[in-house]
Ligand binder design. Structure first.
Ligand code: NAP
Length: 518
């Protein structure tokens, strides 16, 4: 798609990112009759994480009838869990068919977004220009910045390295000695695909994951015809999946002991597929199922059981020009290292590029959480799609994003109706909201002692929503202006909080700023 050079001087709304969140928000704005918006996209195509992650085997681990917009059903899915290429194509189609593409400025990575209090607007700087906006919607996603651990000696390695989120399809792995570092959702998909072609494969496993049987299957032509000719059948299938998945919350949140039953299924799955007792022992997880993301695969264990694969559970001490050395002295000669090491989630770089009132970065306030996972104290007119504590371990993020879109639209309507220049959640409200969230999270399986990307450096879960998704839907169905400081249009200087500890106008409680930024 075409990279653009010129930005308008101003738009009512700027959406940052053209992935699921950005495209969905743009469609909902257009459906609501709002077309004064711009989407700033750093790449030359839409799709976000589904554009960037195209490693062999990449596939959604949430059923696609649910992992799609409620307002744009897709009767063409070929599998119940769609492969990456189909999801990317779906997003491109949505962007074209709903007229979103005309609003996107490709090649415009945002390098700074600063709130200008006197003007009550945001000033956005991209690599190619500047513009202002009344409202900013961050659709930058949680899984958009690949994380590569800085192992000692990595810069001396003279073979090929690549991250799963930046796969080089030109590079031929045939007959190579390859290392895959990581055993998360990406690794379990890529390893079975590359194992048959490589000479030797060493899988560096820091933590053995729980793997459940994968219910993926082909969608029959009869089903597809039904979905196309009688769309209510696909809505029905979506609803059945949705409510079935909501039951998982009982195990994750309300009765983590329920997870023992799932652990038995996973263990039986491993016993069925791994016949070597020593390998089984290595692959046995040492934490409660659900504490990290539950993985689905019928191919992972068979791949690890092949003669050309070795699972290395020793920690990596050093990388040398042609090898990886573990702390217990094993040296593995490799020509290629594949990092399946995940993403910067709770330390996403965008947080240091967004400056709210008083110049604070979003990172300064982020670790105190957001309000309804969407707005942050100190950051007027900022809406964070997939913000803190909106993540899920059991269902579709698209459902959560759509809830946030509804909240945003009602906020915009409220601003119009009440002639407001700015809305910003009150610090006391944000604090109470997050204290309640952390209380609810305390007894969940996610806090049962494993380390995961759900937790920030302080051990707080700032990632997951601790409940049923319909509860979040109910919370976001209406913009609750009472929880906000409201700045009228005629007086664009921010009104201090009516109550609560923060009267500085920065949004962060006094005395807590030190050390909060990275
Ligand atoms: P991930 O789940 O964060 O896994 C990263 C892996 O790298 C883990 O095994 C981790 O070990 C390991 N690792 C990280 N740093 C390491 C280090 N310094 N030394 C050794 N090992 C290290 O990342 P991911 O697999 O890319 O998945 C991220 C998320 O993306 C998933 O949870 C999921 O939400 C999403 N995803 C979804 C799909 C899908 O099908 N929809 C597919 C891929 C990814 P530890 O476990 O010990 O930390």
């Amino acid at each position: 798609m075409k990279v653009s050079d010129t930005l308008p001087a101003h738009a009512r709304i700027v959406i940052v990112g053209a992935g699921f969140a950005g495209i969905g928000t743009a469609i909902r704005l257009l459906q609501a009759g709002i077309d004064d918006f711009v989407v700033l996209e750093r790449a030359a195509d839409v799709g976000g994480t589904w554009r960037d992650n195209h490693y062999p085997g990449c596939q959604c681990d949430v059923p696609s009838n649910l992992y799609s917009f409620s307002f744009a059903p897709n009767p063409h899915w070929t599998r119940t869990f769609a492969p990456q290429a189909e999801i990317h194509e779906y997003l491109r189609r949505c962007a074209f068919e709903h007229g979103v593409v005309d609003h996107i400025h490709f090649g415009h990575g945002v390098v700074d977004a600063t709130w200008v209090d006197e003007a009550a607007h945001w000033r956005l700087t991209t690599g190619r220009g500047e513009m202002t906006a009344d409202v900013v919607v961050l659709g930058t996603g949680a899984l958009s910045e690949p994380a590569t651990p800085d192992f000692p000696g990595l810069d001396t390695f003279d073979g090929k390295t690549m991250h799963t989120a930046a796969w080089d399809h030109e590079y031929d792995l045939t007959e190579e000695r390859v290392a895959v570092i990581g055993t998360g959702a990406s690794a379990i998909q890529v390893v079975p695909e590359i194992q048959p072609m490589v000479d030797r494969l060493v899988v560096f496993q820091r933590t053995a994951p729980w793997i459940m049987p994968h219910p993926d299957r082909q969608v029959s032509s009869v089903e597809r015809r039904l979905f196309k000719t009688m769309p209510w059948t696909q809505r029905l299938a979506r609803n059945v999946t949705y409510w079935g998945r909501e039951l998982y919350v009982l195990g994750f949140v309300h009765a983590p002991a329920v997870m023992h039953a799932a652990e038995r299924i996973s263990t039986a799955h491993m016993h069925q597929q791994v016949h070597d007792p020593a390998l089984r022992e290595k692959l046995t997880p040492n934490f409660s199922l659900g504490c990290k993301r539950v993985l689905l695969s019928n191919k992972w264990y068979p791949a690890l059981s092949q003669d050309n694969v070795r699972v290395e559970s020793g920690s990596i001490a050093e990388i040398r020009p042609r090898s990886i050395v573990t702390t217990d002295g094993n040296e593995h000669t490799v020509e290629t290292i594949i990092f399946a090491t995940g993403f910067h989630v709770t330390d996403h770089p965008i947080m240091w590029l967004v400056h709210g009132r008083g110049g604070r970065t979003l990172a300064d306030c982020y670790r105190r959480g957001a309000y309804r996972g969407t707005t942050a104290a100190g950051f007027p007119n900022l809406f964070i799609m997939m913000g803190p504590n909106t993540g899920l371990g059991h269902s579709s993020m698209v459902f959560m994003m759509e809830s946030q879109m509804t909240y945003l639209l009602d906020a915009l309507r409220t601003m119009d109706r009440r002639k407001l220049a700015a809305v910003e959640p009150r610090t006391d409200v944000v604090e109470r909201y997050n204290a309640r969230l952390q209380e609810r999270l305390a007894d969940t399986v996610w806090m049962s002692g494993c380390s995961s990307w759900y937790l920030d450096d302080d051990g707080n879960n700032r990632t997951l929503w601790p409940g049923f998704t319909w509860q979040y839907r109910l919370e976001t169905v209406r913009f609750d202006a009472d929880a906000y400081e409201l700045t009228p249009v005629h007086d664009p200087v921010a009104v201090p909080a009516a109550e609560g500890p923060d009267v500085s106008g920065t949004g962060c409680p006094p005395g807590e700023e030190e050390g909060a930024s990275a």
